[in-house]
Write a protein that binds this ligand. Structure first.
Ligand SMILES: NC(=O)c1ccc[n+]([C@@H]2O[C@H](COP(=O)([O-])OP(=O)(O)OC[C@H]3O[C@@H](n4cnc5c(N)ncnc54)[C@H](OP(=O)(O)O)[C@@H]3O)[C@@H](O)[C@H]2O)c1
Length: 259
């Protein structure tokens, strides 16, 4: 049976940076998903302007949903709204992109920094995945289910980072001694592995992707990778994922990163 194309996607943290560019490229793809949910914690605020312009340009494809990934009630409501719009269809692609970083060294890192960063970078993706699971399962049960160009199953993508790699830490630590950020993304990697195991029975692939060091508010102006190239690379990698990649940490060019 021919693979079904990716027909629906959700990107969290979609109002700026990598998330916004992922939504733009999904909407401007030759065969775009017919429903692209762009999660944004404050759709009425000034930081949502670029996303609103994009959604207006592609009003037939892009739906902005209020989604604060650090707020369980917001996640529940977003899942309910997406479910109504899906109207019986499944969700083919979930990109847990929303993330925060406090560039704190050890002396600057307190309990609040650790907890706040964990809530957004680790707990948020877990709760979003859990509340959207029924739609991912529905997509998996649809005949000929498939994601992207070559995939065969619904996908959960957790946007991680090279800085989460314990093996690479001796090489990367001095340039970015970010305690809370590194620990939260290493924990996200473990969630990726756990969810990959749990979802095997559902036929849902869960993969962590490092987007590169990208020129965004978070990556800063010295980052070598343009946001357009990062998103393009990530979507190319996403389009090639199969169950063999479930539970892995890959980079935006498709190379595997050691834990
Ligand atoms: N840039 C890099 O070099 C780099 C490298 C490795 C990994 N990453 C990862 O890539 C992802 C995107 O990073 P970026 O560079 O695009 O960062 P960014 O420019 O700082 O954008 C972060 C996005 O996440 C959203 N966000 C933060 N907390 C949220 C919450 N509680 N609920 C909903 N949305 C929330 C922000 O929304 P607001 O506007 O409302 O704050 C914004 O849309 C992150 O997971 C990051 O860790 C980035």
């Amino acid at each position: 049976m021919a693979a079904r194309r990716c027909d629906s996607a959700l990107v969290t943290g979609a109002n700026r940076g990598i998330g916004l560019e992922l939504v733009r490229q999904l909407a401007e793809a030759p065969r775009p998903p017919s429903l692209i949910f762009a999660g944004c914690r404050d759709p009425a605020g000034p930081r949502a302007k670029d996303l609103k312009d994009l959604a207006e340009k592609h009003s037939n494809l892009v739906t902005i949903i209020r989604l604060d990934t650090s707020d369980p009630e917001s996640i529940r409501q977003a899942a309910g709204e997406a479910g109504s719009r899906l109207a019986g269809r499944g969700l083919d692609l979930l990109i847990n992109n929303a993330g925060v970083n406090t560039p704190g060294q050890l002396r600057d890192t307190g309990m609040k920094d650790m907890v706040d960063v964990f809530v957004t970078n680790t707990v948020g993706p877990l709760l979003v995945t859990k509340d959207f699971l029924p739609y991912l399962q529905r997509a998996a049960s649809q005949p000929g289910s498939g994601v992207g160009v070559a995939g065969t199953t619904p996908l959960v993508i957790n946007v991680s980072t090279l800085l989460s790699s314990m093996e690479k830490c001796p090489e990367t630590f001095s340039m970015a001694p970010m305690y809370s950020y590194r620990a939260s993304k290493a924990a996200l990697n473990m969630l990726t592995r756990c969810l990959a195991e749990e979802f095997k029975k559902d036929g849902i692939v869960v993969t962590a992707i490092h987007p590169g060091w990208v020129k965004t508010d978070m990556g800063g102006p010295k980052a070598p990778v343009a946001v357009v190239d990062s998103a393009k690379g990530m979507l190319r990698v996403i389009s090639t994922l199969t169950d063999k990649h479930s539970g892995m940490l890959l980079d935006w060019e498709g190379s595997s990163i050691p834990w």
